[in-house]
Write a protein that binds this ligand. Structure first.
Ligand code: UT7
Length: 331
């Protein structure tokens, strides 16, 4: 019997309606469209505005899109993983709420958090379950409502982040398609350079800490930038080398959308032409856990069965990695 591999068999996505353009940001902080576009590649991002709606709202919408397109009976789903750095609430699983709301009543569910690498690491987790033969249908969702912890007076962060969600279905494959190899890493020395300090267990928010504003995300952009460029390119290059892949073999690079310059640097290192580099940062900004599935959502119609894709991500922690993947269907 051939080895079971873990393939993606359906994709869904959702971004909120409200569009926060660079022009609007010019009225909020000291910045301009030219600076944002040339330094990041971002033109606009989507923001979930309505009070009381959290990350699960985005996750549910993306999952429902997938379910409807695939004609999937949600009762058949075994496991729902919500990859997120912005859970709805503390103590209550966002994934449990999401699974119940979409009718995945026979599934168990949990959240997975590795900052901007959450979805990439989730691909590894979902694939391992499928390869083990234990589960047959795993819904992997990447969703973040970044606007919930962005300071819209801080021009170093508010121009970058947006809200959104993407979902993929993992199923067993007997043609050898799906996840081929992975190279995943982390280094806790990086946490001081990208974090929201207050509001977690180390420093709970009280009225004094609230005044300081450190419940908002902060980053030392230059240090994060340098580490992202070096590490994402490094793992992408290594995973290609150890799988005897050269640039002509690769159909697509699906890289975390944090900054167009970081994506370009990764593509340059593995010598990939622009038309093989998935890019939607101009429309959504950095949606943290949602960037990779939203790329698949936007590019699904162009993907062909057997296409070799290099995934790569880098995020807070630091966390980073690369996955070599073979696409399993024509849409
Ligand atoms: O997904 C998780 C990982 N996150 C990332 O990968 C983000 C990595 N970092 C970055 O993408 C970039 O570092 C940023 C986009 C955040 C910043 O770009 P940069 O080219 O590194 O700019 P910088 O921070 O070195 O700032 C250069 C100048 C500074 O002015 P001075 O000191 O040279 O006078 C900043 O104050 O640009 C200024 N600046 C801005 N100007 C206009 C910073 N933010 C802005 C802004 N508009 N929004």
């Amino acid at each position: 019997m051939s080895k079971i591999t873990a393939a993606i068999t359906a994709v869904g996505g959702y971004v909120p309606e409200y569009v926060l353009t660079n022009k609007i940001l010019e009225t909020m902080v000291e910045t301009n469209d030219e600076w944002i576009t040339s330094r990041t590649g971002i033109k606009e991002r989507r923001i979930l505005k309505e009070d009381g709606k959290g990350t699960s709202y985005l996750a549910i919408k993306a999952a429902e899109d997938l379910i409807q397109k695939k004609g999937l009976d949600p009762k058949e789903i075994d496991l729902v993983i919500v990859c997120t750095a912005s859970p709805d609430m503390k103590a209550a699983s966002t994934a449990a709420y999401t699974a119940t709301e979409i009718g995945a009543v026979n599934a168990f569910s949990y959240d997975l958090e590795a900052a901007c690498s959450s979805f990439l690491f989730g691909m590894s987790t979902a694939s391992a379950y499928i390869e083990s033969g234990r589960y047959k249908k795993i819904l992997l969702i990447g969703a973040d409502k970044n606007s919930s912890f962005i300071n819209y007076k801080d021009r170093a962060t508010c121009i970058i982040f947006g809200d959104g969600a993407g979902a993929v279905l993992f199923e067993p494959n007997e043609e050898g398609l799906g996840l081929q190899d992975e190279l995943l890493r982390s280094n806790g020395e990086g946490r001081e350079f990208l974090q929201a300090t207050y509001g977690g267990s180390s420093y709970p928010i009280n009225k004094d800490t609230f005044e300081e504003g450190k419940h908002y995300v902060f980053q030392d952009g230059k240090t994060v930038f340098k580490n992202a460029v070096f590490n994402m390119a490094d793992v992408a290059e290594k995973i290609m080398k150890r799988n005897d892949l050269v640039n002509d073999d690769i159909a697509w690079l699906a890289a975390h959308q944090a900054n167009k310059r970081i994506i370009d640097a990764t593509a340059n290192r593995i010598k990939l032409e622009d038309d093989k580099v998935m890019m939607n940062i101009q429309r959504y900004g950095n949606t943290t856990s949602a960037t990779l599935p939203l790329l698949l959502f936007d590019y699904e119609s162009q993907l062909k069965k057997g296409d070799k894709i290099i995934f790569a991500a880098f995020g807070g922690g630091f966390t980073w990695g690369s996955i070599y993947f073979k696409w399993a269907y024509n849409s």
